[in-house]
Design a protein around this ligand. Structure first.
Ligand code: C2E
Ligand code: CA
Ligand code: CA
Ligand code: CA
Length: 275
């Protein structure tokens, strides 16, 4: 039937029994993958719309499965969250991202995605301090991206962990802004440095004036709260120009650059060194 949909919809197109045993197998494999360096980070450039220069990269994890090939994060991050494997996985991501970024030009930042579970309990503080110490990365070059689901869990642990990160000088961004139910109230609960405007809003700007108004309102709100705004999923030049016009500060997306493995970053990093 639908040939190209097969991989991404694997779990839903097979019958239930197969799906369950396949899930179990994938969990076993993932446990093995974390211990045996089958995971790899790709890096997607983020650009300033004021200077048109690269400001840093977002780390996006990839799983190079020996039999299945590249498994996209949408298939294994939820599994890792359900099973608790996200904790060792996330620790690996943080350490690897900091280690890589430490070798880049000094002005470039690294953004790392965090799942709520990584912030629960008291384990995250030491993990963060350890990653910064081991890599010798300046704390203000690290950004932590959290979705509002992080604050949805009414937990002091989580707020404490985010405040501890900020006290160290690490930046904190709200990811996927606009996709949840009460994004606005979360802006009051924690002092984010940056709002990342979700791709769904950005993309719909191309055909909807209402979307343009909403995105502009978010940008103005962020400015008033002393936060920067990164538009996600910028796929066309038209969108880039529209975002500039309404005052968005930063952008990320396929039009500007795809996520890439370390082996493909040399040219871009060289350009970032400046004259
Ligand atoms: P996200 O944090 O919202 O990351 C942005 C996703 O959008 C990435 O997908 C990226 O490749 C994709 N993207 C970037 N530009 C464009 C564009 O112009 N058009 C379109 N259509 N897509 C674009 P990816 O790498 O598949 O990651 C998916 C999600 O998996 C991420 O969404 C994030 O929630 C999660 N994720 C990825 N790496 C990690 C990680 O290390 N830890 C955790 N906890 N989650 C991760
Ligand atoms: Ca993100
Ligand atoms: Ca996002
Ligand atoms: Ca997302």
């Amino acid at each position: 039937a639908k040939e190209d949909g097969r991989n991404t919809h694997r779990f839903f197109e097979t019958d239930m029994g197969t799906a369950v045993s396949e899930r179990r197998e994938l969990i076993t494999d993932l446990r093995h993958a974390i211990a045996n360096s089958e995971l790899e980070l790709y890096f997607q450039p983020q650009y300033s719309l004021e200077t048109n220069a690269v400001t840093g990269f977002e780390a996006l994890v990839r799983w190079n499965h020996p039999k299945r090939g590249m498994v996209p994060p949408m298939e294994f991050i939820p599994l890792a969250e359900d099973t608790g494997l996200i904790v060792p996985l996330g620790e690996w991501v943080l350490n690897e991202a900091c280690r890589r970024a430490a070798s880049w030009p000094e002005h470039l930042r690294i953004a790392v995605n965090l799942s709520p579970r990584q912030l629960r309990g008291h384990g995250f503080g030491p993990v963060l301090i350890g990653a910064l110490a081991r890599s010798e990365l300046r704390a203000d070059r690290l950004e932590l991206e959290v979705t509002e689901s992080v604050l949805l869990i009414e937990s002091d642990d989580i707020l404490d962990a985010l405040h501890q990160a900020k006290a160290l000088g690490v930046k904190v961004s709200m990811d996927d802004f606009g996709t949840g139910y009460s994004s606005l109230s979360y802006l009051r609960r924690f002092p984010f440095d940056k709002i990342k405007i979700d791709q769904s809003f950005v993309r719909s700007m191309a055909y909807s004036d209402e979307s343009v108004s909403i995105v502009k309102a978010v940008i103005d709100l962020a400015k008033n709260l002393d936060m920067t705004t990164t538009a996600e999923g910028v796929e066309t030049e038209l969108l880039l120009e529209m975002l500039k016009d309404i005052g968005c500060t930063d952008a990320q997306g396929y039009f500007l650059g795809h996520p890439m493995p370390v082996s493909q970053m040399d040219d871009l990093l060289f350009e970032c060194q400046g004259p």
